[in-house]
Design a binder for this molecule. Structure first.
Ligand code: ADP
Ligand code: MG
Length: 339
């Protein structure tokens, strides 16, 4: 009998991993913005062409990379963010899996320019479908620019699966909003086909919400603040009269990371019980700060799901703190139910 098992070549393994990490231009946007934040950037610029299908570029003024690190950053499982499995439970960074750049480079044309503060010159790498085309010395400012062109150029099935530019741009904008809301002190801008869509200066949380969702938002925000032994809740909920028919203004962050948690979202909705008309959804922009030891983020490659040690306690505290804030602002139940 002959042996039939083979190790997959790296570029194939990368392409398979990319299937999980990169679904659409918005996934690239998320990974690049998160890398810029992890690099300590205070200004981050996002540039798109054709909703990101032909170009997603993120330019940051963070700490940059050395010549060797720039090359290594495209290897799978190459990360500066954790060293051991224990580090997974004391994470202070968005990234830790070391697979975003490797995955993206497997399915697009990537151009990276980076320079550290102390260096005179920077380095530029061009990589296409996991093949390094060149690495040169360049003049470039401190920080990093990553340009991702022609997404899925080598996977026609994935490229054809992409939606219209309008739909893809909406996904990109959602991702941009999530990251910008989680980091109000960082300045962000976003350009599409040459026009500036957002320019967000470093600000406090309320200003950031208002800058994104419009000045009218200011009057509808009710602050939520609660600190207990196990967690801190902060942020805003929208007054019930401003509730919407869509769930487009529901943002829930855990340790500065946008998270999807149907269970905890339910806790927030439950606090609005009796205050909303049928079919209406509350607005909220809430941040939960918990000890990283009490959560597990490594359950999905996109890291939008989290496992909490004690969800029931979090549920109870979240519900009561939102209820308390709504009560303090003398928000009375809506009596004119339409049925
Ligand atoms: P991860 O973020 O999980 O570590 P990535 O593939 O996203 O994995 O990035 C690999 C490594 O490349 C990072 O750990 C970091 O050291 C470096 N890197 C990526 N983007 C940047 C950036 N914008 N500025 C500085 N370093 C970066
Ligand atoms: Mg990363």
């Amino acid at each position: 009998m002959s042996d039939i098992i083979q190790l997959l070549p790296d570029h194939v393994a990368n392409q398979i991993a990319a299937g999980e990490v990169v679904q659409r231009p918005a996934s690239v946007v998320k990974e690049l913005l998160e890398n810029a934040i992890d690099a300590g950037a205070t200004e981050i610029k996002l540039i798109l062409k054709e909703a990101g299908k032909t170009l997603v570029q993120v330019i940051d003024n963070g700490k940059g990379m050395s010549v060797t690190d720039a090359r290594l950053s495209f290897e799978r499982h190459a990360t500066s963010k954790i060293r051991s499995a224990e580090d997974l439970f004391q994470l202070n960074t968005k990234g830790f899996r070391g697979e975003a750049l490797a995955s993206i480079a497997a399915i697009a044309h990537v151009e990276l320019k980076t320079k550290q503060e102390a260096d005179e010159l920077g380095t530029q790498i061009v990589i296409e479908g996991s093949t390094v085309k060149s690495q040169d010395v360049v003049v470039t400012p401190k920080g990093t620019s990553v340009a991702v062109k022609n997404l899925f150029f080598n996977i026609p099935a994935r490229r054809n699966f992409l939606k219209s530019n309008t739909v893809e741009l909406r996904h990109v904008t959602d991702e941009f909003h999530r990251v910008a809301l989680a980091h109000p002190s960082i300045g962000f801008s976003m350009f599409h086909n040459g026009s500036e869509l957002f320019s967000l200066n470093s600000s406090n949380y309320r200003q950031r919400v208002v800058n994104i969702f419009g000045t009218k938002t200011n009057e509808k925000l009710v602050p939520v603040e609660e600190t207990t032994e196990v967690l801190k809740v902060s942020g805003f909920v929208g007054k019930p009269e401003f509730s919407k028919k869509t769930k487009t203004e529901q943002f829930f962050f855990v340790n500065d990371r946008f998270v999807k948690s149907p269970y905890l979202n339910h806790a927030i909705n439950a606090a609005f019980e009796g205050l909303l008309k049928d079919g209406y959804h509350p607005s909220y922009f809430l941040n939960l700060t918990v000890d990283p030891k009490t959560i597990d983020i490594n359950i999905h490659p996109t890291k939008t799901e989290i496992k909490f040690d004690d969800e029931h306690t979090l549920y109870a505290i979240l519900r009561s703190s939102v209820k308390h804030s709504l009560g303090q602002f003398n928000i009375a139940p809506v009596l004119d139910f339409e049925s």
